[in-house]
Design a binder for this molecule. Structure first.
Ligand SMILES: *[C@@H]1O[C@H](CO)[C@@H](O)[C@H](O)[C@H]1NC(C)=O
Ligand SMILES: *[C@@H]1O[C@H](CO)[C@@H](O)[C@H](O)[C@H]1NC(C)=O
Ligand SMILES: *[C@@H]1O[C@H](CO)[C@@H](O)[C@H](O)[C@H]1NC(C)=O
Ligand SMILES: *[C@@H]1O[C@H](CO)[C@@H](O)[C@H](O)[C@H]1NC(C)=O
Ligand SMILES: *[C@@H]1O[C@H](CO)[C@@H](O)[C@H](O)[C@H]1NC(C)=O
Ligand SMILES: *[C@@H]1O[C@H](CO)[C@@H](O)[C@H](O)[C@H]1NC(C)=O
Ligand SMILES: *[C@@H]1O[C@H](CO)[C@@H](O)[C@H](O)[C@H]1NC(C)=O
Ligand SMILES: *[C@@H]1O[C@H](CO)[C@@H](O)[C@H](O)[C@H]1NC(C)=O
Length: 401
């Protein structure tokens, strides 16, 4: 290398350091990068961001999204922004703060713009990124936890009850079912929800937790919603499914214990005594006969109990145990029952049949032993002596001579 050339280069660097002329390119200072960054801004992405724009020279503000009262939305990399910003915003994460210094030839050039930006101005943008999405985005589902046993998953036309925490992509909360102390209850896949949720809630098990990320065009779009959801906001729902049924559901029963002997099964009109534990689909307990130290006793099929139970109590054996699932339209419906049963709740009863009889039953006699010689049989007015054991149908001994 020629020594002159070398000195010249050296000199040039010094000059730049002492008297900064126009920059050759943008300068990006990422001064606050979040620990978690699952997505970086790419060309053609839409972004929503806050910014303060000031002049490099004197630090005076020329524009700010805060003064406009709302974050700025634009598509990146397609010339909708000045070139310096189109490039300076690339690779940015949500919640990142960066400073982009834009030389005039990548900003408003030697012309400037309408009195706002003078010619040959170097601009400094402080940017806080709030949201990223792309027209190609789909609803994103991240499963957090799923119960080991899942016999049923949600499909369109199901009625579901779930809890959720809703936040913007920046983490700012906008709504939560917990704030109302009640689940969010709705039909699925019938347009009652925003599109993204109608999609994102499909295929869930009761007890499953998932995160559903909904791009703005499948949520509240350009208008936003209420005071908490700004226009063009991606929504993040953390969801816990509590309950599901379909209006077409019937009562279902699963035999959990069948006695060896079953000579007779319950029919309409029988009087039954049974124990039960009542829970919701998520396992939450709501009632039990054991708590009262007494069986629940009722006639079957005569409307004394909820419709679903009347149906489920048919065809049972003494000693049998069943798990009975009753959809709300065959239980307490949309209203529920007091503080005990929320509206539209599916009920699960684990029942144990203690005994049953029919009021028309005659006295039943079964001879278990008879002596070979039997010349005299008892008659009315005879005085007799006998021993006895008295027990319930399930074998519980009540008393004995
Ligand atoms: C813009 O300036 C305001 C007021 O100084 C400040 O609160 C805000 O954090 C700044 N925003 C960015 C993106 O730097
Ligand atoms: C929810 O329950 C809590 C505690 O039971 C109570 O303090 C709060 O007022 C309730 N909120 C609503 C909206 O009912
Ligand atoms: C919602 O947030 C609360 C408080 O952080 C938490 O206890 C609850 O589990 C969250 N629920 C869901 C469905 O994420
Ligand atoms: C069950 O049936 C068998 C044979 O029919 C009989 O020996 C037994 O005593 C019966 N047990 C009960 C508990 O009824
Ligand atoms: C049921 O019995 C248990 C134990 O004998 C007793 O502690 C409890 O108080 C009883 N409950 C009712 C409702 O009678
Ligand atoms: C009800 O729950 C109690 C306590 O967990 C249990 O001992 C009993 O066997 C249950 N009954 C039925 C019918 O499942
Ligand atoms: C019963 O009758 C038979 C004949 O009919 C007789 O042989 C027997 O001795 C009688 N037994 C008793 C205990 O009276
Ligand atoms: C009553 O039960 C006891 C004990 O199991 C038995 O020894 C006795 O033979 C029974 N008595 C009758 C009349 O069945």
């Amino acid at each position: 290398m020629d020594l002159n050339q070398f000195l010249g280069l050296f000199f040039f660097v010094l000059v730049v350091n002492c008297n900064p002329g126009p920059l050759a390119d943008i300068v990006v200072d990422r001064y606050e990068i979040p620990k978690v960054c699952s997505r970086e801004v790419q060309t053609e992405d839409f972004i929503r961001y806050h910014f303060n724009g000031s002049f490099y020279e004197d630090g005076k503000k020329f524009d700010s999204s805060y003064d406009r009262g709302k974050a700025f939305v634009s598509q990146v990399g397609l010339g909708r922004l000045i070139t310096g910003m189109d490039r300076g915003l690339l690779g940015m994460c949500v919640n990142e703060r960066r400073r982009i210094t834009v030389p005039p030839h990548l900003g408003y050039g030697s012309v400037g713009t309408g009195g706002l930006i003078p010619p040959d101005a170097t601009l400094v943008y402080d940017v806080l990124l709030l949201d990223i999405w792309n027209a190609e985005d789909k609803v994103e589902i991240r499963t957090i936890s799923k119960p080991a046993i899942c016999k049923r998953t949600t499909v369109a036309s199901d009625f579901i009850r779930y809890h959720y925490n809703g936040t913007l992509l920046s983490g700012e909360a906008f709504d939560s079912s917990y704030s109302r102390n009640t689940t969010y209850d709705t039909y699925l896949g019938q347009g009652d929800l925003i599109k993204g949720m109608d999609e994102g809630l499909v295929g869930m098990c009761v007890g499953e937790r998932r995160i559903i990320i909904v791009p703005p065009f499948l949520a509240y779009g350009e208008t936003g919603h209420g005071t908490k959801i700004p226009p063009q906001a991606t929504l993040v729902f953390e969801v816990l499914l509590v309950d599901v049924f379909n209006p077409k559901d019937d009562v279902t029963a699963e035999v959990t214990k069948m006695p060896k002997n079953c000579s007779r099964r319950t029919v309409t009109g029988d009087y039954i005594r049974y124990h039960y534990n009542g829970t919701f689909q998520d396992g939450t307990f709501f009632d039990s006969s054991y708590q009262r130290n007494s069986t629940y006793n009722t006639y079957i099929g005569m409307g004394y109990v909820i419709h679903g139970m009347d149906k489920a109590l048919q065809g049972l054996c003494t000693g049998e145990k069943r798990r009975i699932t009753i959809p709300p339209h065959m239980a307490y419906g949309e209203k529920g029952a007091g503080n005990l049963i929320p509206g539209s709740a599916v009920l699960i009863f684990d029942i144990h049949v203690i005994d049953f009889h029919n009021p028309k039953d005659p006295v039943k006699i079964r001879v278990t032993h008879k002596p070979q010689e039997c010349n005299t049989t008892s008659e009315a007015d005879d005085l007799i002596h006998y021993r006895y054991n008295c027990s319930l149908m399930d074998g519980t001994l009540l008393y004995s001579s």
